[in-house]
Design a protein around this ligand. Structure first.
Ligand code: GAL
Length: 633
């Protein structure tokens, strides 16, 4: 397979006379794919039932004539204003009970059945019209589910849907009362109609209630998406993608991904560093114009799993964005580095957002590959260079990881609902484990929580899993590599209650968490072997050998040759020590990488990326700031 480049384009933003020149310049730059359509509902259907497809027909024809393949997006993230008159109650409602109004985007509630039908209708019309169009070579459903915090909605539609979902799950209010423990505080329900959404309560709602609402809300995204994939598949055999986001756990991406052919994600490394990643100021200053050296890779590996091997970058940052607290420009070379890093992790396509900077509306300060006056912006030359390099290079393939990290969206919801310590967040813990692997130069695969066979990986990390799925529990019991489980893993039931016997309950690992404590940033739990636990520390009992202790003498790691339980949240230095130790025992080679240098093996090449703002040396090769080096394996 040949990897390719793409770009996001909005023909409706530009005079039609400009389209063919734009298309020719895209093709000339070496771009092969162009995504269009995802916000253009008001131009497709300017009034209810009145359609204007002519412009879209001509846009697709113009792009196709230039040799470009089109990704056609359904426009359901931006229902037109008339839609709100038709369905005044379709707006999502925030946790304070306020409707989220028209005037930007994503102003819909996933649970609203009327809007689901509208979404089916526009998707069917597009699929009927373009499903056999030779230029439409892929589809995108909606745009960035969850963006702007839109998964949880406390609307009437959500309440009705939630009650129905609960009735199907529990069959009787008595079963629900038992599962949630509603005897506590006299919260018993006698009828489904008595159950409200878990917002605006006096103090915290029952955590099991909140967790079920998170599950319901995730299922609503899955159902919404499936309506579109069902319609598209009736008329088109082109693959279907959705563009996911960075650091978003609000719905189960594996479940949405099961209905899609390709996972894609929108990578804005500088926006994320400014806005979504915890790091100290010196680190943020060092990587200001390059992004966090592990954040992109983490999401590449996550979405490779979500896409069952098939994944793209649908939107790649080309210059300053507009939405982060601060919006610096990338260091020259980073637009090339980010693309090659994605290809090294197996991306099929890297598509830049957007072709030309729009001089109007919300994103007028967001860079494109062209400036608003159509002159090239700095990224265009880098894109052109990547296109040339891709053309000259044989396919790089995707390698199997050395280490697997289990990633579980339900656990993210569980710990959001019940953090127990302010800092306990599933994503942060999984990312901390991932960063340690990367600093050791290891290739990582992220794997779903129902993985039934762990044999491909010499080392498995399973931090923060609320409970274990039956397949994963069995896979761990049979595992012959080294698995480090915990902290806070398998210590709850699926109802978010404490199991008896206390967890973890993994065959072959006699360890019990007898007590869990969370620690404020001013405290830690130092370890006898060096380093410390932060934020979280569990007291362990059991007959399994103690492999490490705290300075105070409590078990820090217990277990045997294959299964081990980690009692706390290690700081970075401790994670480094633990990961390197596991790798050495498993016979894996680790590396001492200077800060900012990262490596990733594809099936055929070793890639070395310099995220640092100065040149770094790798095995005698000097790699400039923002430089990429590759060599055959
Ligand atoms: C993404 C979104 C795009 C655009 C972009 C700006 O979140 O999908 O439509 O808004 O951000 O960076």
């Amino acid at each position: 397979m040949k990897r390719a480049l793409g770009v996001c384009y909005y023909p409706e933003h530009w005079p039609e006379a400009q389209w063919s020149d734009d298309a020719a310049r895209m093709a000339q730059a070496g771009i092969g794919w162009v995504r269009i359509g995802e916000f253009a509902w008001a131009r497709m259907e300017p009034a209810p039932g009145t359609f204007d497809w002519g412009w879209l027909d001509r846009a697709i024809a113009t792009l196709g004539a230039a040799g470009l393949q089109v990704v056609l997006g359904t426009p359901t993230a931006t229902p037109p204003r008339w839609m709100i008159d038709r369905h005044p109650d379709m707006l999502a409602v925030d946790a304070q009970g306020r409707p989220r109004k028209f005037g930007s985007r994503r102003h819909y509630c996933f649970s609203h059945l009327g809007y689901r039908e509208e979404s089916r209708r526009i998707t069917r019309l597009m699929a009927e019209r373009y499903g056999a169009n030779p230029h439409v070579a892929a589809w995108q459903t909606d745009n960035e589910y969850a963006c702007h915090d839109t998964v949880l909605s406390y609307s009437d539609a959500a309440r009705a849907g939630f009650r129905d979902w609960l009735a199907q799950k529990y069959q009787s209010p008595g079963a629900l009362n038992r599962a949630w423990g509603n005897v506590f505080w006299s919260m018993d329900y006698a009828d489904w109609a008595q159950i409200d959404l878990p917002n605006l309560t006096v103090t915290e709602p029952n955590p099991s209630h909140s967790l079920d609402f998170r599950r319901y809300s995730s299922d609503a995204v899955v159902a919404f998406n499936r309506i579109q994939t069902d319609e598209i598949r009736k008329y088109s055999s082109a693959p279907i993608a959705h563009n996911y986001m960075g650091r978003v756990t609000d719905f189960d991406h594996f479940a949405v991904g099961a209905d899609l052919d390709i996972a894609s994600w929108d990578s804005y490394p500088l926006g994320f560093l400014s806005d979504r990643i915890e790091a100290d100021d010196p680190f943020k200053a060092r990587f200001l114009r390059q992004g966090h050296p592990d954040n992109q890779a983490f999401h590449h590996d996550l979405y490779r799993a979500v896409g069952r091997g098939r994944w793209w970058i649908m939107e790649q940052q080309p210059g300053p964005v507009n939405w982060a607290p601060f919006n610096p420009a990338p260091l020259p070379g980073m637009c090339r580095l980010w693309a090659w890093e994605a290809f090294a992790h197996g991306a099929e396509v890297v598509s830049y957002f957007r072709w030309r900077q729009a001089p109007f509306a919300q994103e007028q300060m967001h860079a494109g590959l062209l400036r608003p006056d159509s002159a090239p912006a700095p990224a265009l030359a880098e894109v052109t260079q990547v296109a040339r390099e891709l053309a000259a290079m044989p396919d790089v393939g995707t390698a199997r990881g050395d280490v697997a990290i289990v990633f579980d969206y339900e656990s993210a919801w569980a710990w959001d609902v019940q953090p127990q310590g302010r800092d306990f967040e599933f994503f942060r813990l999984a990312f901390a484990a991932y960063r340690a692997c990367r600093r050791a130069g290891l290739n990582v695969d992220i794997i779903p929580p129902d993985t039934a066979d762990l044999a491909p990986w010499p080392v498995v990390l399973a931090p923060g899993l609320m409970t274990l799925s039956a397949p994963l529990r069995a896979a761990l019991a049979a595992y012959r590599g080294i698995a480090l489980i915990g902290p806070r893993s398998d210590t709850k039931t699926a109802d978010l209650a404490i199991p008896v016997p206390l967890g973890p309950n993994i065959p072959g690992l006699d360890v019990t968490v007898s007590l869990a404590e969370s620690l404020p940033p001013i405290a830690d739990e130092p370890l006898a072997g060096g380093g410390r636990f932060l934020s979280w520390f569990e007291h362990l009992e059991g007959s399994a050998p103690v492999l490490e202790r705290t300075i105070g003498g409590r078990p820090a790691i217990m277990g045997g040759a294959h299964l081990r339980y980690l009692a706390g949240w290690p700081d970075d230095a401790t994670f480094d020590r633990l990961v390197r130790g596991l790798a050495a025992q498993a016979g894996l080679v680790t590396h001492d990488l200077p800060e900012g240098l990262r490596i990733r093996d594809s099936a055929t090449h070793r890639f070395v990326f310099n995220y640092a703002p100065e040149p770094l040396v790798w095995q005698g090769v000097t790699i400039p700031a923002a430089g990429v080096h590759w060599q055959p394996l």
